[in-house]
Design a protein around this ligand. Sequence first.
Ligand SMILES: Nc1nc2c(c(=O)[nH]1)N[C@H]1C(S)=C(S)[C@@H](COP(=O)(O)O)O[C@H]1N2
Ligand SMILES: [Mo]
Length: 552
Amino acid sequence: MSTTATRPTPAVPAPRTIPTLHAVVIELVSVLASIGVGHLVAGFVSPTSSPFQAVADTIVRLSPPGLTEFGKSLSFPAIGLPRGVADKVGLLVGIGVVLVVFAVLAGLAARRSRTTGRAVIIVLGLLGMAAVVFSPVFGPLGLIAPLAALIVGTSVYSRLYGMAEAIESRPAPTAPPTADAPAGPTGSPSGEHPTGVTRRKLMVNSAGVGVLAAGAGVGGYLLGAGTDVTAARAALTPELRPAKPAPPIPAGADFVANGSPPFITPNKDFYRIDVALRVPTVAAASWKLKVHGMVNRELSLNYADLLSRTLIEQTVTLTCVSNEVNGDLISTANFVGVSLRDLLLEAGVQPGADQMFSTSVDGWTCGTPTDVLMEPDRGAMLAMAMNGEPLPLEHGYPVRIVVPGLYGFVSATKWLADIEMTTFDRRRAYWLDRGWAQRAPIKTQSRIDRPRGLEVVPAGKVTAAGIAWAQHRGISKVEVRIDGGPWQQAQLAADVSRDTWRMWRADLDVPPGNHFIESRATDGTGAVQTAVPAAPIPDGASGWPMINFAAR
Ligand SMILES: Nc1nc2c(c(=O)[nH]1)N[C@H]1C(S)=C(S)[C@@H](COP(=O)(O)O)O[C@H]1N2
Ligand SMILES: [Mo]
């Protein structure tokens, strides 16, 4: 009888595995370290080269129109997330959740195989790098942050995984624990392996890396958030006093008491729409603008050059093409800046250059028809101040474009970096590429602010109120009707400018019951707001607003 027959053969060792908890924690912490370091390094080098940021930006760029419109419609004022911010926060949180789920799955797969876990980190790192490289604002220095992220992610992973393996390679306990010699939970008296690695040590190290990674991420965020421009920005206020101030807003330009918005929108309430997940921060002192392309003389301008020109002030109502009927993507401000037409005249626009193609520092692009910009009375401007202060960061500091009468997506480039005179055939701007129109004058529209939808009001005299707009044509009349009855002319508030909205109100006789009211505006050319409903895409929503309410 042979004794060797019963002995387990040592030729095929049992596969070495590490516990689920260890594998998942290691994967999560490594991914976090990679992202945190990428973000921190980018904060020093160039905030747009953060792999996390670049992936998020890429998702925004590749999103189908339906999704971006849904995003713009989101707002959660209760938790401080207005429209234009809620979508961005939602996206970043969503990416975070997807990453965590992904890392947990990868961690589960990595219990048996170190390679799988590492491969996932490398793949994520390469995705981040690709997002940076294919971003519209990529420069060679942009490679530093994603490389750092990749290196740190994989080395953290290797180190921690090595520790986890060392724990598992500990010899099995030889004797059952006794009362005299109590054993640690893993058998050996101190829970210590000859190499000195313990579970505790692994967990402490992982937690430490996690905390450092989170700190790095926050550090990168703060570096990128441009805390340094705020002081310099405030110091510019006195420099931005206009030589030609806008006429003061007359008393009686709004019907706030009846529920209209105030005539001038405070900066903090001004609607915000853009594709910038991180608000670009460019110091005015280092701001530069090139005007080039189909021009006779290229211009190169800095902020001081703009300040040395005549500063004009204009009251203008901006509107987003995504504004739904009765929507709130419309606001009014006093803008101070310089004439864009004068600049283009200096550059000498060549015949045939039918498009001004402008680019922001973060690579968003905008195509504006040259003929509109060159209209002597259009008032196209490079704006630097808004309601008595330098442009807020979210509204395009240090310099943006404002063109009265055109929707924002074809005119209002924030964080302006470059102007190229070209043709519509040659360059396609951001939203044109996504199915929106090439030319987009603002449509004649009205909005009902009171009564509110589904409001219950006392029966009898009810004062309806709202706004109407047809920038650069002006508003000459607003009519309202109740329950589809005859149109009744509303009272218009004091006229400020054809480039702004105009408030209206109307006293209605309302018997008890359920009702609906509608409104329609007539613009300065006599054109009446169309009843034909249209979705915002491609060139702006249309149709009469309608409000259902009840009187008791
Ligand atoms: N750089 C940049 N500028 C931009 C955009 C953008 O996404 N990026 N969005 C445009 C659109 S669609 C609108 S409606 C206006 C909104 O300007 P506001 O946020 O100051 O109201 O900015 C325009 N300028
Ligand atoms: Mo917009």
